[in-house]
Design a protein around this ligand. Structure first.
Ligand code: ADP
Ligand code: ADP
Length: 230
C-alpha cells in the first residue's frame, strides 16, 4: 500500500533522512518513535510531499513518484492520497468547526454545499462534536480542536492518515480523549502513521513500531519485539 525506497533529505547539508526504506500494508497502524531531531516529522512530511525529498521513490496506493523528477501535477495528485493531522491542529480560525470540514470537501472534492454539510455533520458526530458544529476553534478546547482536525482528515477518505505528534500540545486529560479517538480509528481498518511520544499508546495501538535515530529507522517490528521486557 505504501512503499518507500532510498529516501534521503538534507537541510543545509545536514542529513535529516538517510536512505530510509519501508513498506506499509493496507490497514496497518504504524507508530514512529525516537529522540527529538531523529527525522520523524521529516519522514511523515515527506510522505505527503510537504517536505520534498532529495532522492528516493515513494509509492502510495497505485501512484508512484521519484523525488528527482517530480512534477507539480504529481505532487497535487500524490497529496490527495494522504491527510495530515498536525500537532497544533491547523484549523482555520475564522471558520466554524463544520466549515473547517466542508471547505475542503467543496474545494478539493467538488462536493455541493448541501453534500458537504451532510458529510461534515456525519464526521462531527463520529468524533462526538455534532453539538459544536457552529463553534469557532477559539471557543473549543484543545482536545475538541484536534478532534475537528481528525474529522477533517477523515473527510477526504485518504489512503493513509498521517499524525504528527497529535497530542503533544494537549494536557493529560484531553490527550486521553484524542488518543482514544485515534485508537478507535485503528479498529476501523484505516491505514495510519503516527509520530508520537506516547509509549503506552504506541505499544497498545500499533501493529508495528518504527524506531528512528539520526535519520534512519534503526529498528522496526511489532510492539512486543520493540518493547522487550528488561
Ligand atoms: P523529529 O520529528 O524526530 O524531532 P525532525 O524531522 O523535525 O525530527 O528534524 C530532523 C532534523 O532536521 C533536525 O535536526 C531538524 O532541526 C532538521 N530540520 C527539520 N526541518 C527542517 C527545516 N525545514 N529546515 C532545516 N532543518 C530542518
Ligand atoms: P515538530 O514539532 O513537528 O517536530 P518543529 O517544531 O521541529 O516541528 O518544526 C516546526 C517547523 O520548523 C517545521 O516546518 C520544520 O520543518 C521546521 N524546522 C525544524 N527544524 C528546523 C531548523 N533547524 N531550521 C529551520 N526549520 C526547521
Amino acid at each position: 500500500m505504501i512503499n518507500v525506497s532510498g529516501l534521503n533529505k538534507s537541510f543545509n547539508h545536514f542529513p535529516a533522512l538517510l536512505d530510509v526504506n519501508f513498506s506499509i500494508k493496507r490497514s496497518e497502524v504504524i507508530s514512529v518513535i525516537g529522540p527529538s531531531g531523529s527525522g520523524k516529522s521529516t519522514l511523515l512530511r515527506s510522505l505527503n510531499l510537504l517536505v520534498k525529498p532529495d532522492s528516493g521513490s515513494l509509492k502510495i496506493g497505485d501512484q508512484q513518484i521519484t523525488a528527482e523528477s517530480l512534477t507539480y501535477r504529481q505532487i497535487a495528485d500524490f497529496r490527495r492520497q494522504t491527510s495530515m493531522v498536525f500537532q497544533h491542529y491547523n484549523l482555520f480560525r475564522n471558520k466554524t468547526a463544520l466549515e473547517n470540514i466542508t471547505e475542503i470537501l467543496i474545494c478539493a472534492r467538488k462536493f455541493t454545499k448541501k453534500e458537504a454539510r451532510e458529510r461534515g455533520m456525519e464526521l462531527l458526530t463520529q468524533v462526538g462534536l455534532s453539538h459544536k458544529a457552529d463553534a469557532y476553534p477559539a471557543t473549543l478546547s484543545g482536545g475538541q480542536q484536534q478532534r475537528v482536525g481528525i474529522a477533517r482528515a477523515l473527510s477526504v477518505e485518504p489512503q493513509v492518515i498521517l499524525f504528527d505528534e497529535p497530542t503533544s500540545s494537549l494536557d493529560p486529560e484531553m490527550r486521553r480523549e484524542v488518543l482514544n479517538l485515534i485508537a478507535s480509528l485503528a479498529e476501523r481498518s484505516l491505514t495510519m502513521m503516527i509520530v508520537t511520544h506516547e509509549m503506552s499508546f504506541a505499544r497498545d495501538v500499533s501493529d508495528r513500531i518504527f524506531f528512528m535515530e539520526q535519520g534512519k529507522i534503526i529498528e522496526q517490528g511489532k510492539p512486543s519485539q520493540i518493547f522487550t521486557a528488561s
